[in-house]
Design a protein around this ligand. Sequence first.
Ligand code: GLN
Length: 490
Amino acid sequence: MDITDLTLIELRDALRAGATSSFVATQAMIDRIVTYDNALCSYLNLTDQDALQQASDADSRLADGEELPLLGVPIAVKDIICTSGVETTAGSKILEGFIPPYDAFVVEKLKEAGAVILGKTNTDEFAMGSSTENSAYVTTHNPWDVSRVPGGSSGGSAAAVAARLAYGALGTDTGGSVRQPASFCGVVGLRPTYGRVSRWGVIAFASSLDQVGTFGRNVADCTALFQVITGHDRRDSTSLDVPYENFEAVLTGDVAGLRVGIPQEYFIAGIEPEVEAAVRTAIDKLAELGAEIVEISLPHTEYALPVYYLIAPAEASANLARYDGVRYGPRLKADDMIATVKKTRSLFGAEPKRRIMLGTYALSAGYYDAYYGRALKARTLIKNDFKRAFEQVDVIATPTSPTTAFKIGAKVDDPLSMYLSDIFTLSLNLSASCGLSLPCGFDSNGLPIGLQLIGDTLQEATILNAAYAYEQATDWHERAPVLPESSSEQ
Ligand code: GLN
């Protein structure tokens, strides 16, 4: 069997059993990336020499009988997460050449767990987008159809995992950027509860919404990776200090009596019929497995998109003020300081510029109450919708995105239609919930469809186990895309 076909858990077990080595697995992944990633462009930066060194170190430790959770397992990291000594661009020209002097908390955790870091994956600029087309460097292609987008903004990570170019990957999810690309690429993507994972060292987009999430080819892989990045961190004031939970141990597959809510507001006009049909069939499957299906309402859902597009740009406009050519990345020198700052800030792409303007406007004197202030109030209503719903049900099931992967170029000139791709994922970020996407079928073009499961605050265990139960009863996650070998086929 091809070693790159093993799941993360299978590789971890094979390494522990001494059946293979981390060096062999890492070299095999690198070879595969060299062969296939010209056509996919999932990586921005392959750190192959470091990875092979880390793999050799892991092999010595494995030989000494060490049993760290990810010892020797090659993982990819979204390029918005700081890696010490390795360029971190957030997909932006304004951070080209920026080499962080420290690792993000989640990278520290990966290293403590013994993981091998393969490289940095592509992202929409500052994670603003739903297709990776807003990356200042390259557009990632969907492994199931290279004429289509992989979703975004963590599209590089999702595509890499789907294409077996990493055993797992980290992403970030501010409005759907883990779940939507997971859905488009046919992998499992988890967005934990806000505060569950430290944001220390994650380049900020919208600070009240950002959260690191994990990708795996199946639920167990996604869970194993999630497990290692949890834990309290004093350096992020929003990091929650909650008791340790063993998430791998909760994957029993038993969902008897689980109450699954179906929000009527999520089955709306505009959703592709094949997506709706697959999601409804998945819900029937959960019922067959013993779950109780309950019709629910999240009445303020229609406000999620406008509220998100006031709050996220407002926070982004503040966060992105720090890129002035003085402290990070390139400096485009001009006659005086103001001219230098202006010139340097012209390195932002169209989408960050759009959001900085939108956010600055929403926060400006005279408009603050009308826009930002009202958005905060509406956010509370959305939060309360979820609070009430979780008094009735344990899990909420919805489509992850209204469509399957769209064609590259189809939405770049129409920001609103791009924004609508996250219509089902945004609400959760505005509330205090957690959520995941897992494969629940394919459309007639052979493109994956995602089922979103939403859980109450800190109830990751519940959604992971519900997803695991569904996955055990289906085989969508076992399908693999057939990849084109060279960039000439793009
Ligand atoms: N697509 C959404 C946006 O463009 C969400 C992005 C994200 O979650 N980082 O803002």
